[in-house]
Design a protein around this ligand. Structure first.
Ligand code: NDP
Length: 801
């Protein structure tokens, strides 16, 4: 072949990376691996092993111990024992360990890259140039967080031993996203890698040994999903961090509902890739290649739904098909491959079945026609070899299976839109909310669309960008919690005990005495407050409220499921509140303070009568409430985001966004102050709320709606539904149009809320049955609550020509 021929065909010669180094490493260990517990290697007491294969060839790579219950117990007790020592090291000392890990990872980068490619089937181009450099960056960045922890997070401390469960698609990268912040913050770790891809985690454990990481600080229990479930249920773990499918995320949410374990979930996605007619189409086509064929499409944030403006759709589809022909699929160790192997035959079947389903539902299927490597060692119904061709589905309807289900493979579906509003509607038309990519040369348009997309990451004119300084995580059924950046550190920290919190505020809940005269007519029943209007409850029933001395104080509406439904609808209609300027919200909240103060005496009396506290105590509660309103008026325009400068020519804007409609179930203690302490951060951040006030003291809430009415709070921003807290809390926790619930109640109410929230994976905060000191500003006011009331969206904006 001469040079002219080469130019014509643009054929590549093979450029294989040698796997020798990794095979040598495996051979030295006789291709057998135990568990890494308390700084030592040990065989699983369960006696069970499983085999890990090379997805590209079907060859066995190693056999690995499968941890059983006693192994998990041992690993957790080692992490528990190591926790006090690790936590009490100075930030600087922990920083040195993390720095040493980064240096060792750098030193062994090639071995890690080759081993990852062998075990996972992803191309060496990606492991070498993306996965491993990002892993290293993560440890450097978090060595930094450890160093400055005392000054940057003075109110916070480590949580304890944590359990971490990771998937197979980015094995070492997911390890680093979890382990680096956990260790930096002072937690100890028990990690379960995915069954398909444990090898680089085991190599990482060796590095921990080499740098002399104290025993028990980092432990590995390899195994199947069963081992993962054991971690989830273990009573001594204080947090579970999980990345994987929404289905398993839901199981974990339910399994941890009865505990006070912290939980972060990074789940699936069906991310849109939006191309406007004014986009640089050639760049956008390359973007699509990166969005869906990176890592064989086995990426939680893969841009798997191509949404193209109708005017350029034909052009984009044609060019994309042309570009697809040039993709190279094959041996992952070949440095010039675009796509490698699918993780396992079972995943290949799943992809293949979903494509068949798409075809059945009317999609036109276009597939790469090159020759896929064939390997008879791999038994797969859809053909030998664990490869699947790049696939493109057009003529797809928004509700079809392939447009809604996460395929987790190299399969792109496309749809068209006419206007930016339609693009946003289509983009948000899934239950997920992980990421989105927006392509337009008009930055105004892109920045206008970005906040409207319901997802945790937006890439403008780029895709699949990640960095340790920029938080990553989802909205809605893509989970909650962030990994990376400052918000990723908060996920591994808790607020320091103040000491004051133990001072339980005792309140006697008055009981209705049989002698109480039923002298009140229905007209004196305080109604519900929905959509800015006083509304009679659907049931028509009311509940009696008595004073501390047992006399009848009044009646409140007995709200039910239907009233909650109406309140949620009203809260959604008030979505303008979240788009209002923080300045406007601040002004309205200041006005609330003014109007409450004007009625201070009336509220003081009501508190005294209902709760039986002294005049002084009631006065202090009202005074603190007024001050708290001032604080949130102040914070409304100050809880701003950050600008990150990841290693690229560009910026990432970390925007604090409201969560949406929040359901709040308020406690009995200090009823006015506690209710406002929950309501105010929520509305200051731009959320609208459906609030269930304390059952015995609900008249305080119904008095308060008169303050709301006189303070210009737009209708629907605050809705009050009185009634049985447990019953109404459950309805809110189950409601699919409620994005988050906060419950301050009994143990049972809290675990109920967590359990029932799993339907649409709501963000849940509860007091875990413990009473808060609502007078204490450190735990009951300020940025911790503003953070609770918001979720971070990172918008990546590259610059330069
Ligand atoms: P899973 O969610 O099943 O697995 C993720 C991790 O959780 C693995 O370590 C797994 O162990 C473990 N696990 C499985 N069941 C449980 C359980 N009941 N309790 C605790 N841990 C458990 O994902 P899969 O690997 O099975 O992939 C299935 C689908 O999930 C994919 O097709 C894809 O759609 C999605 N997925 C999404 C990811 C994301 O990042 N969003 C990542 C991976 C998958 P083991 O490996 O042994 O099963």
């Amino acid at each position: 072949m001469n040079i002219t021929d080469i130019y014509k065909t643009m054929e590549y010669s093979p450029a294989p990376e040698s796997p020798d180094l990794a095979f040598e490493w495996l051979k030295e260990r006789k291709a057998k691996f135990g568990l890494f517990i308390n700084g030592k290697w040990c065989k699983a007491k369960s006696g069970k092993v499983f085999v890990t294969y090379n997805p590209a060839t079907g060859e066995k790579l190693a056999s690995i111990s499968a941890a059983g219950k006693s192994d998990v117990d041992l690993a957790v007790s080692s992490a528990k024992k190591a926790f006090p020592g690790w936590k009490s090291l100075s930030g600087h000392e922990r920083a040195r360990y993390l720095y040493a890990l980064a240096r060792q990872l750098q030193k062994h980068a090639r071995l890690f890259a080759v081993l990852e490619t062998l075990d996972n089937g992803k191309t060496i181009r990606e492991t070498r140039d993306i996965d491993i450099p990002l892993v290293i960056r993560h440890f450097y960045h978090h060595a930094g967080w450890a160093q400055v922890m005392e000054s940057e997070f003075p109110e916070h401390t480590a949580i304890g031993p944590v359990g971490q469960i990771i998937p197979w698609n980015f094995p070492l990268l997911m390890l680093s996203w979890k382990v680096a912040p956990a260790l930096a913050a002072g937690n100890t770790v028990v990690l379960k890698p995915a069954e398909f891809t444990s090898l680089t985690a085991l190599l990482f454990a060796e590095i921990c040994e080499q740098i002399g990481l104290p025993p028990g600080v980092f432990n590995i229990v390899t195994g199947t999903g069963e081992t993962g479930a054991m971690l989830v249920k273990h009573p001594d773990l204080k947090k579970i961090a999980f990345t994987g499918s929404t289905e398993v995320g839901r199981i974990i949410r339910e399994a941890t509902a009865k505990t006070d374990k912290k939980l972060t979930l990074e789940l699936g996605g069906k991310s849109p890739f939006i191309v406007f007619e004014d986009a640089d189409l050639d760049s956008a086509i390359e973007g699509v290649v990166d969005a869906i064929w990176f890592n064989q499409g086995q990426v939680c944030c893969a841009g798997s739904r191509l949404l193209v403006q109708e005017s350029v759709a034909k052009k984009v589809i044609e060019r994309l098909k042309k570009r697809m022909v040039k993709l190279r699929v094959g041996d992952p160790l070949d440095k010039s491959m675009d796509m490698g192997a699918i993780i396992a035959p079972v995943q290949k079947e799943r992809i293949s079945n979903l494509v068949k389903q798409g075809k059945k539902e009317g999609a036109e299927v276009w597939q790469w026609q090159g020759k896929l490597p064939h390997n008879t060692k791999i038994k797969s119904k859809s053909g030998g070899g664990c490869y699947f061709p790049p696939t493109f589905l057009t003529n797809v309807t928004p509700s079809s299976t392939v447009a809604q289900t996460e395929i987790f493979g190299p399969v792109l579906v496309s749809m068209t839109f006419r206007t930016p509003d339609e693009a946003v509607m289509l983009a948000n038309n899934t239950s997920y909310g992980l990421a989105a990519s927006v392509w337009s040369e008009n930055i105004n348009q892109a920045l206008h669309v970005a906040p409207k997309l319901k997802c945790g990451v937006v890439w403008i004119n780029c895709t699949n960008q990640f960095d340790a300084s920029v938080g990553f995580g989802g909205y809605r059924e893509s989970g909650y919690g962030r990994e990376g950046g400052q918000e990723g550190m908060f996920a591994y920290l808790k607020i320091k005990e103040t000491g004051i919190s133990k001072k339980e505020l005792r309140i006697a809940v008055p009981k209705i005495k049989p002698t109480t005269k039923e002298s009140l007519s229905l007209d004196r029943t305080a109604k519900l407050y929905i959509g800015g209007k006083q509304t009679r409850p659907d049931s028509g029933y009311s509940l009696k409220v008595v004073n501390a001395d047992g006399t009848l104080a009044g009646e409140i509406g007995h709200g039910n499921r239907k009233d909650i439904r109406n309140a949620v609808e009203a809260a959604h209609k008030a979505s303008g509140w979240q788009n209002s300027t923080p300045h406007l919200r601040a002004q309205i909240i200041y006005f609330l303070a003014e109007n409450l103060e004007a009625r201070a005496e009336e509220f003081q009396k009501r508190i005294m009568n209902l709760t039986g506290v002294s005049k002084k105590h009631a006065g202090l509660e009202v005074e603190t409430a007024v001050r708290r309103i001032f604080s949130y008026a102040a914070l409304a325009d100050k809880h701003e985001g950050l600008i990150h400068q990841p290693p690229m020519r560009g910026l990432a804007l970390a925007l604090n966004e409201p969560i949406g409609v929040l359901g709040l179930v308020c406690p009995d203690e200090v009823p006015l102050l506690s209710m406002l302490s929950m309501m105010l951060p929520a509305i200051a951040m731009g959320n609208s709320v459906v609030l269930v006030p304390s059952r015995p003291f609900a008249l305080i809430a119904t008095d308060f709606y008169q303050v709301l009415e006189t303070s210009d709070v737009p209708p629907g921003v605050v809705n009050i539904v009185s009634g049985d807290s447990e019953e109404l809390g459950s309805v809110l926790a189950k409601h699919d149009d409620v994005a988050g619930v906060w419950v301050s109640g009994t143990d049972e109410e809290c675990s109920n809320a967590k359990y029932l929230s799993s339907g649409n994976m709501k963000i849940v905060w509860t007091n875990d049955g413990k009473k808060l000191d609502w007078f204490d500003n450190r735990q009951s006011e300020g940025r911790i609550w503003m953070r609770r009331a918001s979720q971070v969206k990172n918008v990546w904006i590259p610059y330069g020509e």
